[in-house]
Design a protein around this ligand. Sequence first.
Ligand SMILES: C[S@@+](CC[C@H](N)C(=O)[O-])C[C@H]1O[C@@H](n2cnc3c(N)ncnc32)[C@H](O)[C@@H]1O
Length: 324
Amino acid sequence: MSSSMYRQRMRIALALRHHSHRLRSLSSAAAVERRGGPPPIRVAITESAGRGVFATRPIAAGELIHTAKPVVAHPSPYSPSKVCYYCLRKLGEEEESPAAAHAHFCSDSCRHHSKVFYEVERKADWSIFDDHCRAREVKYPFMAKRLACMVISGAASVDSLDILQPSSLFQETISEARMGEQFELLRRTFVKAQIEENLTAFLTKEWYISVLARIRINAFRIELVAGSYEDLLASASASVSADAASGNAVYMLPSFYNHDCDPNAHILWIDNVDARLKALRDIEAGEELRICYIDASMDYGARQNLLTEGFGFRCSCLRCLSRD
Ligand SMILES: C[S@@+](CC[C@H](N)C(=O)[O-])C[C@H]1O[C@@H](n2cnc3c(N)ncnc32)[C@H](O)[C@@H]1O
């Protein structure tokens, strides 16, 4: 093993040790959700793709492996009135809020859960920040803005996303100047809203860039498919093929799933932002669980290009090795 590989492994091992407590609590949170014992997975180091998720027992095709709630989510900035501002559930026409309305919630429960961060958000006039981001067709700053409101309100901790891998391509694709501009708009919006200075002390350019770098590589595009599980099983790539995204979200456990162009698991959303991880085929104990980040129906060259340019890695899954 080369010394750089060794150092990389040591770094990952140290990071894992550092965050092992958080990973344990993630597993137990998922266990509580399932109410049937812990989910049959563990996070461990893979041979060539950093951390990954492994089966701790045989998992049958079609089995719900676990569910996950987002750490942070945001509706698509282009159709915010069409989905619940909290859970991204699609609203019926009669429920849709007028374009001028700030946000719409589909239930008292969603209104209640949003209360803390939404009260912070409502104190400020977001028109300049929002218009700036919409004009540049960027969606992730909206998630950073929501996370900032959650941190200010106490609904999330400053380091909520730190455990996740940041994008290696990030600095190349988005200029420092552009991020600095976005950050300044975000910061000034809070200043103008007269949010107490001690509550926004965490809001530095470094925090903003670090959050965006993690959102970029770990955010899922949420496409809700109202229908049955059976309908969804037929389309493993449902999450990447539909047109209209309801929004974007970052999760904890699902962020540790690596990619495969012939995946054995998939992530899906039925009617809101809560994610379901399901097995696509029988999986053996010890096998790594992998999902497909892109449209698996693309050909070899298109998949490699997208993964290299969009995600920063060359895929060497069995399907790519056979150039299928
Ligand atoms: C969402 S993260 C998955 C978890 C990540 N391995 C970790 O340690 O946090 C995506 C990153 O994992 C790595 N990765 C995922 N699938 C891969 C694959 N098939 N081959 C190589 N690297 C992969 C890449 O570095 C990618 O940017």
